[in-house]
Write a protein that binds this ligand. Sequence first.
Ligand SMILES: Nc1nc2c(ncn2[C@@H]2O[C@H](COP(=O)(O)OP(=O)(O)O)[C@@H](O)[C@H]2O)c(=O)[nH]1
Ligand SMILES: [Mg+2]
Length: 334
Amino acid sequence: MVAEAARKGKREAGDGGRSERGLLGRLSERLGKTRARLASGLGDLLLGERVLDDEVLEALETALLVTDAGVEATEGIMDALKKRVSRRELSDVAALRAALRRELEEMLAPMEQRFAVRARHRPFVVLMVGVNGAGKTTTIGKLARQLRAEGRSVVFAAGDTFRAAAVEQLEEWGRRNDAAVIAQGQGADSASVIHDAMEAARARSVDVVLADTAGRLQAKRNLMDELRKIRRVVARFDPEAPHEAILVLDAGTGQNAVRQVAEFDDAVGLTGLIVAKLDGSARAGVLFAIAAALRDRPTPLPVYFIGVGEGVDDLRPFDAREFVGALLAEEGHG
Ligand SMILES: Nc1nc2c(ncn2[C@@H]2O[C@H](COP(=O)(O)OP(=O)(O)O)[C@@H](O)[C@H]2O)c(=O)[nH]1
Ligand SMILES: [Mg+2]
């Protein structure tokens, strides 16, 4: 309810605002590949005063599937729209377009929630998990920038001990953001590195620990067991930690993303998601597939941020309305 109220408030405040339109314009550029896919499937079917027929609905269904929205989400969306067509609530494609927009926004709205450090936990521990190459380390760097801008001190835990380069990459982000990096040698026990980082943070009164983890391990060691161990070790230090366990997903992963959510959730108990690389992907529709898969989850799993580039500022809070607006934006918009 609170989230809904906040959403409405934001909507009112944002409507007609030039800055929002500018942001929407830029996001629609970043999401251009998915947008183009949606558009090329639909051609100009959703433009003009075309009558609403089966051909239009079929093209829309195909376009959604092509962006990786998945069968379940696509069926849900199409069923809702077809019902309205048969009740004669949608008379033309313009009405269909508006209904589609609302349908998509409503699907994603439950996943919209701002990431916030809860200062009563010190250090506030954020565990970043995900498969190799998903964008964990980069996202930690970007998130650190935002936390530093809020005036918070940050320590990185170099929990990806699989490759030496992983530590170097984190150190580079540490230098840029004035964050200390706690690391051990290559092949070290990840849980022990993260434990060290929490101890260092407590000793130095640091606000936030951002813990990097590996996306794959040496032969015979199981990643999920390793993550479970990290969780246990962290909880011994602070029973409520990790305060956030966030899965970073590569948007290009497509339908596999849904399986990753289930597996990582089982291992660490996820509290949120970050979808990276939406800028390079033609599959941003995967967010709808994730939303459909999570619908029956007892507690919502928010998408805290989306990654729309490699730069330090390319991490944006997820805003369902902005996201859908950018996907459906017409050519030249913004
Ligand atoms: N275009 C784009 N590239 C990204 C984004 N996030 C991460 N990357 C790139 O993806 C690659 C893998 O990222 P990395 O953080 O090392 O993944 P990790 O293995 O999960 O730590 C790097 O080249 C990053 O620069 C994003 O939002 N957009
Ligand atoms: Mg990494």
